[in-house]
Every structure is written in C-alpha cells, then in structure tokens.
Ligand binder design. Structure first.
Ligand SMILES: [Zn+2]
Length: 383
C-alpha cells in the first residue's frame, strides 16, 4: 500500500469530522503548511476565516499546520517587510530535547519517554506558576497553553500590551526567566562584609524568593539532591542536611549563616550560579523573539506523531496532563506493521512494545505513532 497516501487520507478524514477551528484574528496571520518531509513547505498564505481554513485542511490534508504569532496588515505579502507587522503574541516554546535530560542518551534524540513528558510538563508548570503569574502578573485567563504535538508545550500570552513588545524586550524577559545576570551582591547585601550573611527570605518576590525556596526544598530532599542538583560537595551536603531544620528556620528570617561553612560567600554564590544555569538551559532561547516565526496551530495534527496539538484548559489541567492519553486523534481500527527497534511506550492507557525488527498488529494510534516517527512500515489497515 502507499503508506503516505493512506495517512493523508486519515488526516483528511480527521479535519472533515472535526469541522472549523477557531483562530483569533485569523485573517491577520500568515499560515504555513508542511509535507511529511518538511514541517513548513508552503508559507505566506492568508486565510480569510475558519470556513476557508477548514476547506484548505480537508482539501490538502497537510501533515503540519503552522501560523504566525504575528499579526500583519498583508499576511500573504512577501518579502516579510511588505507584510507590515502589527504585533506578535508572546510565545514560550518548551521542548524536552532542549532540557539535557538524563534519559536522552538512553533513547534516540527524537524519542519521547515518560520521563521526558514528565520533565517538560513540570517545566511548563514552573514557567506559568513561578514566573508568568507571580513575577509578570499575567492571569490564568491571559495564558493559553497547548501540547506541541510531539515533545513539549507552547505557552502563549494573549494580552494586548504584550503584542508590541520588541525583540529586545522579549529577550529581556527570557533573560529574567533564565536567571541570566542575577546579581549576587544585591541579593546578599552583607556578603562582602564580616558578620552574619544576610540573604533573601522564602516569601521574597522575584529571584530572591525563588532561590530561597528552591534551596530549602532541595535541602529537605536530602544530601544526594543537594549534590546532584546544586553541585554541593558530598561532605558539606551531609552537614547541611543534618542541620536542615536550623538552616530552614534561618533562611525563613533571611539569615543564611546558621551553620559554619568555609568561604561562605563563595559557597552560596556558586550554588546560586548553578540554580540559574539549570534554569537557563531549559528556558533560554525559548521565548520567541523572531517576529516571523511560525508555530504549530493549536488543535491541529502533528505529522511526526499523529497526535493533536491540543489546547489545554488551564494550568490545573496541565499539572497532570498526559499527551499520550489526551491527544490521541485516531482511535478506530488496527494496523499490521513491520516495526523496527522501538522502546516500550504507553498510549491511550495501553502498553505497546518493545519491538526489535518484527511484525506486529497494533491499534491504529500506536502504529501511526511508530510510522510517523520513522520507526516502522505500515503493511495494511483493518477497520
Ligand atoms: Zn526520555
């Protein structure tokens, strides 16, 4: 059988049955469609309304659908300058492959295991709960979150006053979230003097409070967590853990000097540097500062997985969101497959695999996932 033709047919029937997609200010955005080989193969397209978009999706059955975070006067004009930019949504793009996870070397770079899904989801929750709401003051209603369709989440701010933010202003937000340029001395004002080392309290706003809370949380999880996550030397980690009650009480009052540590200012400075780095690895560069950037359209299919880039209701739904359960698009039928090397995974509550170059009959969603990841061939389909 022609596998790609078959999958195109599935995509077509999906958009036919789903009907119209609601897109805010749809006729001011640039659209792009992809092919199985190329995520954005055609761009500079303008769409008049949801009806026209649906007609296009049914007719062309594109494996990838993207649209601009930017609004333009002439979305289909080119080159870019002639589109006349009229603002861009603020978008954060979190992807498990950027997070340097321990599991990544254990599976293919493109593969997403349960740990990848958990960690990138926690990161998205952290972005919303620890930064966007408390520090930038965005409300739940102004934050829109969707699964990216493959390995992460898109978090977007829909508020008028962010639209005109320049690239530099967006970079500044990214730097803040990444903890670039944290000033140790302003956070620990007595660090260059003799006497008690004073520092941030847990309830402090901004980075000071984050550092205090994160340190106490890591401390309470034990010496291994201190060593692994904050790079504290084992013997010091043990000593800190033994005195954790005293230390936590001290930090509660802004006193970071409850236990003797040699070269204390240097020690804390190092520890804070590492906290900021662990943060920046994950989020830095993910604020979309490029105004011409096209991003997956919410609630469309992702051609590398067959999953839906589903819009998530709010951050409380995100807290235990499982894309392999909630974003499955195709549920009916079975695929007879020739499957290559695939680790065990769970989809729609079902354990699948592991496989090692063998033939298998799989539920359609599991077979499509494997095929679209490039890890197997479809032999036939049974309804
Ligand atoms: Zn993983």
């Amino acid at each position: 059988m022609d596998q790609y033709k078959f999958v195109s047919g599935m995509i077509r029937s999906y958009y036919k049955s789903k009907g119209k997609l609601e897109v805010n200010r749809i006729n001011e955005r640039e659209f792009g469609f992809g092919t199985f080989d190329k995520k954005i193969a055609h761009r500079h397209m303008k769409v008049e309304d949801s009806n026209q978009l649906n007609e296009m999706l049914v007719k062309e059955a594109p494996p990838y659908v993207s649209c601009s975070a930017a609004y333009y006067k002439y979305p289909d004009a080119r080159p870019m300058e002639r589109k006349v930019w009229e603002g861009s949504e603020l978008i954060f793009d979190l992807d498990a492959t950027d997070m340097h996870l321990k599991c990544t070397p254990e599976h293919a770079r493109d593969w997403v295991c349960g740990n990848c899904f958990d960690k990138v989801r926690e990161e998205a929750v952290k972005l919303v709960d620890d930064f966007l709401m408390p520090d930038f003051g965005f409300s739940d209603k102004e934050i829109s979150i969707n699964f990216s369709g493959n390995r992460g989440y898109h978090v977007r701010i829909e508020r008028d006053d962010v639209l005109m933010l320049s690239s530099d202003a967006r970079k500044e937000m990214s730097d803040y979230i990444s903890g670039n340029n944290i000033d140790f001395v302003s956070m620990f004002p007595t660090s260059q003097k003799r006497g008690v080392l004073r520092g941030p309290k847990m309830e402090d706003p901004g980075w000071g409070g984050k550092i205090a809370r994160n340190f106490v949380d890591t401390l309470n999880r034990g010496p291994d967590a201190l060593a692994e996550e904050l790079g504290v030397e084992k013997s010091i980690a043990k000593k800190l853990y033994k005195n954790r009650t005293l230390i936590s009480m001290g930090i509660g009052n802004g006193n970071w000097d409850m236990v003797y540590i040699k070269n204390k200012a240097e020690f804390w400075k190092d520890m804070i540097g590492r906290q900021a780095i662990s943060q920046s690895d994950k989020i830095d560069k993910n604020v979309t500062t490029d105004p011409s950037h096209l991003i997956r359209l919410q609630n469309t299919l992702h051609g590398s997985t067959g999953l839906v880039a589903r819009k998530i209701k709010d951050v409380s739904e995100l807290a235990d969101f499982d894309p392999m359960l909630k974003c499955v698009a195709f549920k009916k039928g079975e695929l007879k497959m020739k499957v290559g090397k695939v680790p065990k995974f769970e989809i729609l509550g079902e354990q699948v695999g592991p496989f090692d170059d063998e033939q298998a009959t799989l539920p359609v969603y599991a077979g499509l996932y494997i095929f679209l990841k490039g890890l197997g061939q479809i032999i036939s389909y049974n309804e």
